[in-house]
Design a protein around this ligand. Structure first.
Ligand code: HEM
Length: 306
């Protein structure tokens, strides 16, 4: 009797312990740093506001940096590493193209001074991106925190996963499906091209050459012709006029269903904001390292050496 009571008692304790472990281990939460780094969000806000008052385009650059981080091996800060050859930063889609590393480094320096060794670079990039989009007039989204930083980064994985501006619609749909996104989410996320610039050399060959692109393919031109420094829905208006900059923008209206979605996003900014925000929430949770996976990098560009 006594021993069977002990056995069942132990069983209950072990079960409860396992339940507790699975419930808390690696769990993300909105207030992950509220105890051990309460100044985090204020630092992010101050640094992002400062960067945007110097140059509005930096908001777009941060958004793209985050997309390229998440779309390769998950939102794990791997895009920030530059301490080994053939890392993501060296991939064709990223080299001489990605921007915003200095903003992340500046936030990290402040964060380390206030709460050393606690906040991941992956979370800093996720928070800075949301702050930048909101400051440029875009929607916010739910962002759970507790990502850990990767210790690896691969040029090949970036080249295998990142879409190309010359992609066909089928290739874009496949690249996004590979990461769990629907064609609707592809159209919503492409709305990120409502802000920022691209090199003229990436322009769709079927388009009239823009004046600023006539002399120099390395010159930059706006992705959204109308309001490139405001996060709004005018990108979809460009698409309806066949004036998207990239081939990958213009192919979105070649499918009947997606064409009508583009028209809907153009006429219903609230729906676009809601769908973009839901898709960003999903993007921000791709392939995360949590719990004791990965590490909290001390310098976002380098893996910690023990
Ligand atoms: C659908 C497939 C996509 C393709 C093929 C694509 C391609 C590109 C290219 C070629 C550029 C210009 C790069 C340069 O000139 O150096 C660019 C810029 C940009 N992309 Fe995309 N992109 C795609 C989707 C996305 C998504 C999903 C996001 C974010 C959620 C995004 C955000 C941006 C932003 C904000 C810029 C401007 C960056 C800046 O001004 O620094 N893109 N994209």
């Amino acid at each position: 009797m006594g021993s069977s009571f002990m056995t069942s008692h132990c069983f209950v304790v072990v079960t409860l312990f396992l339940l507790y472990v699975t419930a808390t281990y690696g769990q993300l939460s909105q207030n992950f740093y509220s105890e051990n780094c309460p100044v985090l969000e204020r630092i992010v806000q101050t640094e992002v506001s400062g960067a945007l008052s110097a140059e509005k385009r930096m908001g777009a650059s941060l958004l793209r940096l985050f997309f390229h981080d998440c779309f390769v091996q998950g939102c794990d800060g791997s895009v920030l590493l530059n301490d080994a050859p053939d890392s993501e930063r060296d991939a064709d889609a990223n080299a001489n193209s990605l921007r915003g590393f200095d903003v992340i480094d500046a936030i990290k320096t402040q964060v380390e001074a206030n709460c050393p060794g606690v906040v991941s670079c992956a979370d800093i990039l996720a928070l800075a991106t949301r702050e930048a989009v909101v400051e440029l007039g875009g929607p916010s989204w739910t962002l759970l925190l507790g990502r850990r930083d990767s210790t690896t980064s691969s040029k090949k994985m970036a080249e295998d996963n990142l879409p190309s501006p010359s992609s066909s619609l089928d290739e874009l749909v496949a690249a996004f499906a590979n990461k769990g996104f629907t064609p609707t989410e592809l159209v919503a996320l492409s709305g990120a091209h409502t802000i920022g610039m691209a090199k003229c050399g990436f322009a769709d060959e079927g388009q009239v050459v823009r004046p600023e692109c006539k002399l120099d393919s390395l010159a930059t031109t706006a992705l959204d012709l109308q309001t490139p420094e405001v996060f709004d829905n005018t990108y979809y208006d460009d698409l309806m006029r066949n004036q998207g900059l990239l081939h990958s923008d213009n192919v979105l209206i070649t499918d009947t269903t997606l064409n009508s979605l583009v028209r809907t996003y153009n006429s219903d900014p609230a729906l676009f904001n809601a769908d973009f925000s839901a898709a960003m929430n999903k993007l921000s949770e791709l392939g995360l390292l949590t719990g004791d996976e990965g590490q909290i990098r001390l310098n976002c560009n380098k893996v910690n050496v023990n």
